[in-house]
Structures are given as structure tokens and as C-alpha cells.
Design a protein around this ligand. Structure first.
Ligand SMILES: CC(C)c1cccc2c(O)c(C(=O)O)cnc12
Length: 462
């Protein structure tokens, strides 16, 4: 497999491509042993000695985070990259001041409503560098009762000879794209980490990097980030249009929804779907069937956390009222195969699936929810591309991971006779289950009192 993980987390029934979920407390052991990790597992994947680490995230509970590091590493230099402002910034500074090994780095957020969503760990060892890109905040509540996604890189060895941005790259240009993404922070502490990355051989990273950097991007920079980057990568390296025709649905799965515009054909089924529906050599018009996975009120009510799971599913009534058309695309959160139907989703994933639900053309794990702020929106007649938030994700493309044109879907009985496919561990059940006509989309700022959750409570937001 791609990783030299210690045996305890590697009893895989299938190659995981470095893709893991977080452990969920209370599940039968087999649902937590294979391809599920918690933060302590991530810190003990290798016997190599940790020298320093960087944690990029949105929410960080510093005392809790420090406890997740093995005791012998709690004095290693730790850079925390965040987007806090005003009061929450001084609260973070206060919490960090207790730990002399912690340096804070405040990512600039110059566009209103932008956030630092990116969730990444840079782990520098005496014998290599490991990169983790994931979807969980560094708070306990995000790590034991939700469905979260994690990509673990191989342990990248040091580059022999001097550091270089160009040597030690891969066919997916992962090293180049990561250095470009980090350069846009324009922060000295992050530039130091770029030197470490330049000093390592990332040539066997077989995923593509899809990041978002806040700004109004012009000219060739328009395709460096957001959905236009994904469009570019799919155009150059995506599936063949003879195989992945416009009848292959696009599945988006996320934990928050932004204001997408009053006309679905403007951004959602226009610009955004055209990007995600792109295949090699062309950017498909938005004929691609769109399927959106977001929890129903009942999904939240029946979750392990009950209605409080909804505090991490921030979809507000004022936004929902403006876009009733979303109803046409909605599917429930269901993950019986992994025993995670009740582990509320904070993971964000996007994939292209065959009409018969047997094959997956590509799979994206990212911090990006369904919003213009995260993915970007073209402005000024397409001459500029405006993104509000920092986001980061990894794209799994079959031909870069296994010598196949598509991934299989786990546990799909009927297989194409002539195609021994390798399945991708999609974190929810395919085929998807649509909303029933009684189902309502979860909205976090209205009461839900028809039925109590498993803790006997109803939902009455302030
Ligand atoms: C709307 C904002 C304040 C919000 C509410 C609840 C959960 C959030 C969350 O989980 C993230 C994140 O994980 O990046 C980011 N904003 C979140």
C-alpha cells in the first residue's frame, strides 16, 4: 500500500490509498480497527522520532491537542495556523502562552465571511516528513462520535543533496501544488515549513492537491485554486469522456451549505457543476446528474450525539429559505456498511459514480463544504475568481493509484465480468437513499420538537 503504517492499523481488507476515517467510540471493534484512526494513532504511525509539527485548522483546543501527542513529543516545536480574529484570537493566544513550544500563525482573512477551514498536519521526523490532510477540528468533540475523513501520506524521505522545489515531485505535482498553496499565506513561519518540504522526496505522493486561497484571482491564477483547479486537473488527468459520460452522477457530501443563489443554474448547476463534471479533454455542460448528501432532521435526531450533532451542521433558515430548489437533489446520510449511519458526518467528499453504482471515476476528500466561499465564484464576466476561505483537499484518481480506469464500489455484488476492479472505501452507502417526502433538511437555527433524540431531548435553539 502507499503507507508504511505500523501493522496495528494496517489490517486492511482493501488498499486504503491512505484514506481513513476517525474512530467512533462504542462501535464493534471491526468497525474501528480497519482504516479508522484517532489522533493518538496518527502520532504513533511510525517509530521515527518527531522533531517538529505544524497544525493547520479552524478550531483548536490547545490543552486537549497537547494531550494527544505522545508525552515525549510535547516539547517539540508546534506551529498552529489558524484564522481566529478579535476575541477568539486572544483566547487562543492565552491558551498557547502556557506552552513555550507553541507558535501561533494567524492566516490573513481579508475578504468578509472567509474562514481558515484547511485542516492539515505537517509532521517532521528525524527520518522523514509525513503530511496529513483531514476534516476534523482539533477539539475532542470532533474525534469520537462523528464521521471524519483523513488522508495520510507516506513517510517522505529526505532529499539527498540540497533542498529543491522541483526535485522530489510526483506525476500529480503534489509537491509543487503544496508549496504554491503555502506560499500564498505569506508568513515566515510557514515559509520555514516550505524549506522542510523542499528538503524531502515527495515523488510517491499519488494524490492531487485541491486547495482554496482567499482572494480575487486573475489570469492563470484563476485555475490554481477552488473548483477551477479541480476543472483543470480533471481536464488534464481526468477520466475519458468515452467512459465517464454525462450520465455519470456527481455526488457531493458535506456538513454545511452556503448561499448558492436564487437560480440553481447560475452557480450550483452552472459554474460549479461544470467544473466537477469535467472529464479529460472537455468541461462538460451541466447535464451531469447532481446528488447532494446532507443529513435530514431525523438523521441528526437518530445520531449518537442526538440533536447537538447539529451544532456542527451549520445550515441556517435564512439561507435555506432562498434556495428551496436544493430539495430536488437531496439524499440522506447513510453508512450502514461502516456502521456509521449514526456517526454524524463532518467529513466532506465529492465523487463521480457510474449510473449502475458499480464504479467511481474519482474521489475527493476536502475541507470544502457546498459554498461559493469555499469553492470560488467567477466575477466580472469570468475575468476574476473570488474565493473567501482557505480550504484543502486531496483528489484520488484511479489511474494514479491502481492501474485501473475506475475504482469499484465496496460490496457491489455484480461486477463487470472483464474488469477485476479495486474498490475505493467510499464512506457512505451507495446507492444513495433519497429524502422521503416526510424528510426535512437539517436546519440548525429552528426548533425540532416533533420527536426527542436518543438522549430524550428536543432541539430549541436560542
Ligand atoms: C458557521 C461556523 C461558525 C461553524 C459552525 C459550526 C461548525 C463549524 C465547523 O465545523 C467548521 C469547520 O470544521 O471548519 C467551520 N465553521 C463552523
Amino acid at each position: 500500500t502507499q503507507n508504511n503504517l505500523t501493522p496495528k492499523v494496517m489490517k486492511e481488507s482493501h488498499p486504503s490509498f491512505g484514506f481513513y476515517l476517525t474512530k467512533v467510540k462504542g462501535l464493534a471493534p471491526e468497525y474501528n480497527q480497519h482504516s479508522a484512526l484517532d489522533l493518538k494513532d496518527i502520532f504513533s504511525l511510525t517509530k521515527a522520532k518527531l522533531k517538529a509539527s505544524a497544525q493547520f485548522n479552524y478550531m483548536t483546543d490547545i490543552p486537549w491537542l497537547m494531550k494527544q501527542y505522545p508525552a515525549e513529543y510535547r516539547s517539540c516545536p508546534l506551529l498552529i495556523v489558524h484564522g481566529e480574529q478579535r476575541g477568539s484570537k486572544s483566547a487562543l493566544e492565552k491558551a498557547a502562552s502556557v506552552f513555550p513550544n507553541i507558535t501561533l500563525c494567524n492566516a490573513k482573512l481579508e475578504i468578509m465571511y472567509g474562514t481558515h477551514h484547511t485542516k492539515m498536519m505537517l509532521l517532521l521526523y528525524d527520518s522523514g516528513l509525513r503530511i496529513v490532510i483531514h476534516t476534523a477540528n482539533l477539539i475532542e468533540n470532533d474525534w469520537f462520535q462523528k464521521t471524519q475523513g483523513i488522508w495520510i501520506s507516506p513517510l517522505f524521505p529526505s532529499l539527498l543533496g540540497e533542498q529543491s522545489a522541483h526535485r522530489g515531485n510526483s506525476a500529480t505535482n503534489f509537491k509543487g501544488d503544496l508549496l504554491e498553496y503555502l506560499s500564498f499565506y505569506n508568513r515566515p513561519d510557514i515559509d520555514e515549513w516550505c524549506k522542510h518540504i523542499k528538503g524531502h522526496d515527495l515523488s510517491n505522493s499519488s494524490v492531487f492537491l485541491i486547495g482554496s486561497i482567499p482572494g480575487r484571482h486573475l489570469a492563470e491564477r484563476k485555475t490554481s485554486f477552488g473548483h477551477l483547479k479541480l476543472r483543470k486537473v480533471l481536464n488534464l488527468h481526468g477520466p475519458e469522456k468515452s467512459l465517464v459520460t454525462s450520465s455519470w452522477p456527481l455526488i457531493g457530501q458535506f456538513s454545511s451549505i452556503g448561499s448558492l443563489g436564487t437560480d440553481q443554474n447560475q452557480w450550483l448547476c452552472g459554474e460549479w457543476l461544470a467544473s466537477l463534471g469535467t472529464v479529460k479533454g472537455c468541461s462538460l455542460t451541466s447535464k451531469t446528474p447532481l446528488q447532494l448528501v446532507f443529513p435530514t432532521v431525523n438523521n441528526v435526531r437518530e445520531s449518537l450525539e442526538g440533536y447537538p450533532a447539529g451544532t456542527s451542521l451549520p445550515y441556517s433558515i435564512n439561507v435555506a429559505k432562498k434556495q428551496p430548489y436544493l430539495r430536488n437533489f437531496l439524499y440522506q446520510w447513510k453508512s450502514d456498511r461502516l456502521s456509521r449511519s449514526h456517526a454524524s458526518p463532518h467529513i466532506k467528499t465529492y465523487l463521480r459514480v457510474s449510473p449502475d453504482n458499480s464504479s467511481v471515476a474519482w474521489f475527493l476528500l476536502t475541507s470544502a463544504n457546498l459554498s461559493k466561499a469555499a469553492w470560488g465564484v467567477l466575477e466580472k464576466n469570468g475575468s476574476q475568481f473570488m474565493i473567501r476561505s482557505y480550504e484543502l483537499g486531496v483528489l484520488f484518481m484511479p489511474q494514479y493509484l491502481v492501474s485501473r480506469k475506475v475504482f469499484g464500489v465496496p460490496e457491489v455484488k455484480e461486477r463487470k465480468a472483464n474488469m477485476e476492479t479495486i474498490s475505493f472505501p467510499v464512506p457512505y452507502d451507495i446507492p444513495l437513499i433519497p429524502y422521503s417526502n416526510k424528510d426535512e433538511i437539517w436546519i440548525w437555527d429552528i426548533p425540532h420538537i416533533k420527536a426527542p433524540d436518543r438522549h430524550g431531548n428536543k432541539w430549541c435553539p436560542p
